[in-house]
Design a binder for this molecule. Structure first.
Ligand SMILES: Cc1cc2nc3c(=O)[nH]c(=O)nc-3n(C[C@H](O)[C@H](O)[C@H](O)COP(=O)(O)OP(=O)(O)OC[C@H]3O[C@@H](n4cnc5c(N)ncnc54)[C@H](O)[C@@H]3O)c2cc1C
Length: 183
């Protein structure tokens, strides 16, 4: 679903240059102000899975002012992201070295559906755009693992994080590091 063009555009998750307040509301209601970094959902309400906990906590009144949320709270954009990358890289790690045509088609279709269903909508839209530019490569474990690593690096760059050396993706996600610390 595309964003309603009558609504003010929310600040993209992780954008350090984001506007100081996101405004929600349509037409007749006075727009509500939200603190810097709080990303709105397409319904105009704050989107928790699109917002970091630190930003989320600035507009709540509870114990969430603590430095980290209790473990059993809904995920913020970072927790959701870490868990999702773990799942995706683990799928790459267990993908066959020589997949059948059916396995390749299943992975392609999973990645396309994933990009539509990802719960942070701003992240999802950027990932869909990436998939249009860089078609998912599924002909082998090595090919998909490297494609995914590059896709993850694209998000790292967008967020101003260091990029990962993709020659090491299998050590990180499949075999464990050569120094034996994961054995
Ligand atoms: C598809 C997708 C799109 C996202 N888009 C956004 C967004 O638009 N805005 C936003 O704020 N957040 C977004 N996120 C979340 C963001 O990518 C991070 O997950 C989140 O900021 C937490 O980061 P982190 O530093 O804990 O490490 P993460 O980036 O979650 O990485 C987890 C671990 O993976 C390893 N790693 C890092 N880079 C790579 C790589 N290239 N290849 C293999 N392994 C690697 C490292 O060991 C790292 O500790 C997105 C997540 C996903 C899955």
């Amino acid at each position: 679903m595309a964003a309603d063009s009558t609504e003010p555009k929310p600040a993209p998750a992780g954008d350090p240059a984001a506007d100081s307040a996101a405004a929600a509301g349509t037409g007749t209601e006075p727009p509500k102000k939200f603190p810097k970094g709080v990303v709105l959902g397409k319904d105009g309400k704050p989107c928790r899975t699109c917002t970091s906990f630190a930003s989320w906590a600035t507009q709540t009144k509870s114990a969430l002012k603590a430095s980290a949320p209790p473990k059993d709270c809904p995920p913020d954009v970072e927790q959701l992201g870490r868990s999702t990358w773990t799942l995706l890289h683990s799928i790459a790690a267990t993908y066959p070295p020589t997949p059948t045509p059916k396995e390749q088609a299943d992975l392609k279709s999973f990645m396309h559906l994933f990009s539509k269903l990802y719960p942070c909508w701003v992240c999802a839209e950027d990932f869909q755009a990436y998939l249009r530019k860089q078609e998912v490569r599924t002909r082998s474990r090595d090919e998909f693992g490297n494609w995914l690593c590059e896709a993850h690096n694209e998000v790292n760059r967008k967020l101003g994080k260091p990029t990962f050396d993709c020659s090491k993706w299998e050590e990180r996600w499949r075999t464990g590091w050569k120094d034996g610390r994961c054995d």
